[in-house]
Design a protein around this ligand. Structure first.
Ligand SMILES: C[S@@+](CC[C@H](N)C(=O)[O-])C[C@H]1O[C@@H](n2cnc3c(N)ncnc32)[C@H](O)[C@@H]1O
Length: 312
């Protein structure tokens, strides 16, 4: 029989395993288990894994894939931004590593009914957790033009954000925008064609909407602090990001936790930067990126960056 399960290659797998040192024992938190690729390798290397995901569908898939590991793995439906509460509920296990491989999985992207992709037509949804109420369709059809423009500018880094927002508002006056295909068309029409395009002009608006629907950047900084707090001395933290907005947050949070002077870190109203005694040692100053071979064989890995650190 043909195997119809989604194929998924975990990103930066060798580098992540080497950062997390799974043979050390204790419990490793995989905060974004997804299809279980990283978790499977961590379990095979001897770790116990607390596997979290906000998508119940991904968890079902991971449960099947990791079933052979029995009590070595625990699957938890939840948001990693509630890490503190999740660990408290489990009786504060000793955590020797935390992994977060951010964003959406290839399975979520490829399933057109989830509405993440502008390459296929599907309902305008984009929820990682389908039990949450807010969908992309609701945002696109109800937010005011200025709010849409700001969201697209900020989270899509789209220079034509105002034109895109204006086009969306004009289009929805003629009917509810219900599908990814329709939205992609509206966005493409708003962006001036300038020679050969390296990426589809809809990419940035779709990224912004996905971030807005899932509140992807909210609480990421806090999650880094909570993960550091949870780690036993010598425990490792590894975070894989896929775009500059989340990478910037992770970079600053890790530098702050490591007590590294950070001239670009955000300041408060008085121009002061948060300082604190170091709790981490950065394992490398620059992020680790995929080798040319990995980028060639797995296009989704191309924008990945791994940052890792050790709890002091
Ligand atoms: C890139 S995939 C992870 C792939 C996984 N490392 C693997 O090897 O199969 C990211 C996963 O994180 C989940 N996710 C994203 N944000 C989350 C959050 N705040 N809390 C829990 N899970 C989240 C998504 O639902 C998705 O399944």
């Amino acid at each position: 029989m043909r195997d119809t399960r989604p194929r998924h290659t975990p990103v930066l797998l060798v580098e992540t395993l080497s950062a997390l040192n799974p043979a050390r024992g204790g419990w490793l938190v995989d905060a974004t288990v997804g299809l279980g690729g990283h978790s499977e390798a961590l379990l095979a290397a001897g770790a116990n894994v607390l596997a979290i995901d906000r998508d119940p569908g991904a968890l079902r898939y991971a449960a099947e894939r990791l079933a052979g590991y029995g009590s070595q793995v625990r699957l938890i439906h939840g948001d990693f931004r509630s890490l503190k509460a999740i660990l408290a509920e489990l009786g504060q296990p000793q955590v020797t590593g935390v992994l977060a491989d951010l964003g959406v999985s290839s399975w979520q992207l490829d399933d057109l009914t989830r509405g993440f992709s502008f390459r296929q037509d599907g309902p305008l949804d984009m929820r990682m957790d389908p039990t949450q109420p807010l969908t992309a369709a609701e945002i696109v059809n109800s937010w005011e033009e200025a709010e849409l423009a700001e969201m697209i500018r900020q989270w899509g880094e789209e220079r034509y954000a105002r034109r895109v927002a204006r086009n969306i508002v004009a289009a929805r006056a003629t009917g509810f925008i219900a599908t990814t295909g329709r939205l992609a068309e509206i966005v493409r029409q708003a962006i001036p064609a300038r020679g050969p395009q390296r990426i589809d002009p809809a990419t940035r608006t779709f990224q912004a909407l996905r971030i807005a629907v899932n509140r992807e950047l909210d609480g990421l900084d806090r999650f880094v602090s909570d993960a550091v707090e949870a780690l036993a001395p010598g425990g490792r933290l590894a975070i894989i990001t896929f775009h500059s907005l989340e990478d910037r947050i992770v970079k600053h949070a890790l530098r702050r936790e490591a007590g590294v002077p950070d001239a670009d870190a955000p300041t408060d109203f008085w121009g002061r930067r948060a300082t604190q005694p170091p709790r981490l040692r950065l394992l490398h100053r620059r992020p680790i990126v995929p080798t040319d071979a990995e980028a060639a064989s797995n296009p989704r890995a191309r924008s990945a960056k791994l940052r890792s650190a050790e709890r002091l």
